[in-house]
Design a protein around this ligand. Structure first.
Ligand SMILES: Cc1cc2nc3c(=O)[nH]c(=O)nc-3n(C[C@H](O)[C@H](O)[C@H](O)COP(=O)(O)OP(=O)(O)OC[C@H]3O[C@@H](n4cnc5c(N)ncnc54)[C@H](O)[C@@H]3O)c2cc1C
Length: 409
């Protein structure tokens, strides 16, 4: 058997979640390898495309604690208010950053810009080796270590580690090799993503509007633009993508209304099929499964990455504390601690997101009346709004150090 290069930690996947974990643990004394299938910075990297990502305030705290926020801050647009309404009906509710005592409820950044900041940061740490483009092909858990087979430019090689983290996305080959059972649901909906420029300034308000074909989100961006996430039924996707810009703007205007005046310009459009996936286990042997590999959510509430980065903060904390006292970072008690910490929140966010996606896509009158009463109740009961705002900000439950803005160590 050929000798394998040894690491403490191997992260498979350098998307937003895998890259964030590598950054969180860089400089803590661990030997880390990050294996990514795409060339860093290449336009073909699907994780870092033109999608707008709403970062919760809690995610900002994590980026602050790992030292990424000063660079990221220059590329984000703050969300000061969130306005939630049901198209053509009476209910609506508003959340304000000022009511929560925070500078912003969240921040909007394109996945591409976020990727640039994370990849630049990865390149700065000598103890962190980014192996890309390369694929994890298979792995073998030998009990006291994991042997990882990778393929790079047609050449196979072996690496070894104490802990393998699967951050290899919704189609995770590592999760599949482990045969971890998953809950899956196809929504038969896709998100059409683009940006539009409205006649009136957005004043840093994010809009979530529920319509009979699915939710529409409008997020504030720089240069007066707004990012659009428009959920449509799969059968409508080709038709919406084929519209010319004027027809698209008219169709979108009809969905969203005139709250920001007439939409004047549209950017490039892309469609993302929507599905739910939740792995029933997030650790097995010496492998931890995080981010989209563990839970892929409907983007209705912008929770996917925000949940993933809270996984990162918790996993980084348990791994760092074990390593600091000379313990094995891939031992069952370390990974069990991680799973016990995160499983309730992962389940609750997946259930809440799925429930919202179904409730607000349901055209039945009883569902419509129920959700409008719900929105009105939220609006007039400040005590009910506060937990909603804390959830939107990613600040419910026991927070890891990084999520409290406190660096590791
Ligand atoms: C339309 C849309 C809008 C969204 N908006 C929001 C939002 O506003 N807020 C929010 O929090 N979330 C949002 N999300 C969710 C967010 O995009 C995901 O949660 C996030 O991208 C998950 O990142 P990840 O790193 O886990 O997975 P991925 O981004 O899928 O990254 C996986 C990485 O692993 C690599 N890889 C795969 N297999 C291998 C292998 N065998 N070897 C090596 N590398 C491999 C891939 O190349 C990729 O880089 C949205 C999603 C969609 C679709």
């Amino acid at each position: 058997m050929s000798t394998a290069v040894e690491y403490d930690l191997i992260i498979a996947g350098g998307g937003m979640v895998g890259a964030s974990l590598a950054i969180a643990l860089a400089g803590r004394g661990l030997r880390i390898a990050l294996i990514e299938a795409h060339t860093p910075g290449a336009d073909s990297q699907p994780s870092y495309d033109d999608r707008a990502i709403a970062l919760a305030y809690g995610s900002r705290r994590i980026f602050e604690a790992v030292g990424v926020w000063p660079t990221l801050h220059e590329r984000v647009e703050p969300i000061l208010d969130i306005h939630v309404s049901d198209r053509g009906h009476f209910g609506c509710t508003r959340l304000h950053a000022s009511d929560e005592g925070v500078p912003a409820l969240g921040y909007v950044v394109t996945a591409r810009e976020l990727g640039r900041v994370l990849l630049d940061r990865l390149a700065q740490d000598a103890a962190l080796e980014v192996i890309a483009p390369a694929r994890v092909v298979s792995f073998f858990d030998h009990g006291d270590r994991v042997r990882v087979e990778i393929e790079r430019a047609g050449v196979m090689s072996s690496l070894e580690c104490r802990l393998l983290v699967a951050a290899d996305g919704g189609q995770s080959a590592i999760r599949e090799q482990l045969d971890v059972p998953v809950v899956r649901w196809q929504y038969a909906q896709s998100a059409i993503v683009t940006n539009v420029t409205p006649a009136q300034p957005h004043h840093n308000v994010a809009y979530e509007r529920f319509t009979d074909t699915g939710p529409v989100a409008l997020l504030p961006m720089s240069e007066r633009r707004c990012a659009v996430v428009w959920t449509v039924r799969d059968a409508q996707v080709d038709e919406v993508l084929a519209l010319d810009d004027a027809a698209f703007l008219a169709a979108f205007q009809q969905r969203f209304g005139y709250r920001l005046g007439r939409f004047q310009r549209a950017g490039r459009r892309a469609a993302y099929p929507l599905n739910l996936l939740r792995a029933r286990e997030s650790v097995r042997g010496r492998v931890a499964i995080i981010g989209n590999a563990a839970h892929t959510l409907h983007p209705i509430a912008g929770q996917g990455f925000n949940l993933g980065i809270r996984d990162v903060a918790a996993l980084a904390e348990v791994v760092d504390s074990a390593f600091a006292i000379g313990n094995d970072i891939g031992a069952a008690e370390v990974l069990d601690r991680y799973e016990r910490w995160r499983s309730a929140e992962q389940r609750n966010v997946a259930l809440a997101t799925d429930g919202l996606a179904r409730l607000f896509s349901n055209p039945l009158a009883v569902a419509r009346i129920g959700r409008n009463l719900g929105l009105l109740a939220m609006e007039f009961l400040p005590a009910a709004k506060h937990p909603l705002a804390r959830a939107a900000m990613g600040q419910l439950g026991r927070q890891p150090r990084l999520a409290r803005g406190v660096p590791l160590g």
